[in-house]
Ligand binder design. Structure first.
Ligand SMILES: Cc1cc2nc3c(=O)[nH]c(=O)nc-3n(C[C@H](O)[C@H](O)[C@H](O)COP(=O)(O)OP(=O)(O)OC[C@H]3O[C@@H](n4cnc5c(N)ncnc54)[C@H](O)[C@@H]3O)c2cc1C
Length: 436
């Protein structure tokens, strides 16, 4: 086996993003993936959206801005992998989040519409919402907001990253699970991998990167590093068989949790849940309660869809552990440099989104290049939103708390503007005519 510049452990979207970036940087790279096929763990059970982080706007606008920039980039590079999807957000009598506040949030999201290639949002009456989304429960419906997101062909994206990495000379070894990392003189000397059939392999590299997703804590421990601490959050989707609905849907489930309905070519995904997972990452099962809870929530808005046969799938969000409420956890990726733990050529990465695989890959490769004594290339400058939301992004760069305070103020401003200037664009025709 040759001496590689870089060995990557884990071939989910994070490892593949690094594989592609490393190839672009001209590194001699090998990727070890424990499964027979890359992208078959968390990456395979996402909602399949390249989304702009609407949910994170009030508390983590920096991540939303990064996600919107990535949508702009992938729309330019691989438009064939993306399908624009209109989403309705229906509001029922008695719900805490009313149409006014959702409209104000959408006004803020519209600041990114140009970057996201999205039409500006519009308000639908309850009659119109039911007309464009047949099967939506009419009783108690006050109306709906409609806005755009992008569905991504995840297997296609995975394949494109594999191809790009290989075309640059990278090697992908699937079906090889790393079981040991041997350290010598403050460095990792080799990774030992097994194929589960008695085969063993030793890989030597100048730098090792741990991109094992929910398994990153375990892989770091193989080298005796203890700084990678994850807060695993379980996400369950129902997968409903048969013809999908014509659009996506976001609705408020029990306890105020937002649930999505994501049409795919031959089925519909509904979810995800968001609960703490305290066990080992490989002990992941969907309980009857979780499955039935999602089905009942769906039945409250789309009874016809909820009555169809369905199965359930689950994944774990590998979020770096921080204190604070789970609903406010940042989805930024975090790069751990293990030099401080006496391992000068070892880096781990955790967190991030499907949408942000590329900046994650670039950040990790920049850390690797520095370890190899090379200067990372400058990041290309990508435009962002202007006006008040542009100013908000600048504030957010000064810290989470400052960003959150500024975002709350800005949202309040949009809400007041709605009260003073009326409720904005109305109707499906206005939405369809919206600028892209
Ligand atoms: C339910 C859910 C829905 C989501 N929806 C979205 C969405 O719509 N849009 C979005 O942008 N983001 C979404 N995300 C977030 C995002 O998709 C994930 O954070 C991301 O896919 C995680 O990718 P990963 O590469 O870190 O992990 P994984 O995909 O789990 O990859 C880790 C890989 O490492 C391998 N591995 C582990 N240990 C070893 C070892 N010892 N040796 C070799 N290989 C090993 C595993 O086999 C696996 O393939 C969602 C997350 C969840 C859980």
């Amino acid at each position: 086996m040759p001496l590689y510049d870089l060995a990557i452990i884990g071939g989910g979207i994070a490892g593949l993003g690094i594989f592609e970036s490393a190839g672009r940087a001209g590194l001699r790279v090998v990727l070890l993936e424990g499964r027979g096929v890359p992208g078959r763990e968390t990456t395979a059970v996402t909602s399949g959206l390249l989304h702009g982080g609407l949910r994170y706007l009030p508390y983590d606008v920096a991540t939303s801005a990064l996600m919107c920039r990535e949508i702009a980039r992938l729309r330019g590079a691989r438009p064939d992998l993306l399908t624009r999807e209109a989403f309705l957000w229906p509001v029922y009598r008695g719900e805490r989040l009313g149409l006014g506040l959702i409209g104000a949030l959408q006004d803020e999201y519209d600041a990114f519409a140009g970057l996201r290639g999205a039409r500006r949002h519009a308000r639908l009456s309850s009659d119109e919402a039911v007309a464009v989304f047949p099967g939506l429960r009419r009783e108690g419906l006050l109306g709906a907001e409609v806005f755009d997101e992008w569905r991504v062909d995840v297997p296609g994206l995975v394949a494109s990253l594999v191809d790009a990495g290989r075309a640059a000379g990278g090697e992908l070894l699937t079906g090889w699970r790393v079981v040991a990392l041997s350290a010598r003189d403050g460095r990792i000397a080799a990774a030992t991998a097994e194929d589960g059939r008695g085969g063993r392999l030793e890989i030597e590299a100048r730098v090792f990167v741990n991109a094992a997703g929910p398994g990153a804590e375990k892989v770091a421990e193989l080298a005796g590093a203890s700084s990678v601490r994850l807060r695993l959050r379980k996400g369950v989707h129902l997968v409903v068989a048969g013809e999908p609905p014509p659009h996506g849907l976001i609705f408020t489930g029990p306890g105020g949790r937002r649930i999505g309905v994501y049409p795919r070519p031959t089925e519909t995904w509904v979810g995800p849940t968001d609960q703490a997972h305290d066990g080992p990452p490989d002990e992941l099962a969907v309980s009857e309660g979780e499955r039935e809870g999602l089905r009942l929530a769906l039945a409250a808005v789309l009874p016809g869809l909820a009555a169809r046969p369905c199965r359930a799938v689950a994944g774990l969000r590998p979020i770096p552990r921080r204190s604070g409420a789970a609903c406010l956890l940042s989805r930024e990726h975090h790069v751990f440099d293990h030099s401080a733990e006496g391992l000068s050529n070892f880096v781990s990465v955790a967190g991030g989104k499907l949408t942000t695989y590329r900046p994650l890959g670039e950040d990790v490769v920049a850390a690797v290049l520095r370890k190899l004594g090379r200067t990372p290339p400058p990041r290309p400058l990508v435009g962002g939103p202007r006006g008040p939301v542009g100013a908000l992004c600048a504030f957010a760069a000064r810290g989470r708390a400052v960003g959150m305070a500024a975002s709350t103020l800005l949202l309040a401003g949009y809400a007041v503007r709605r009260v003073l200037a009326g409720r904005g664009r109305a109707g499906w025709a206005a939405f369809e005519a919206g600028t892209r």
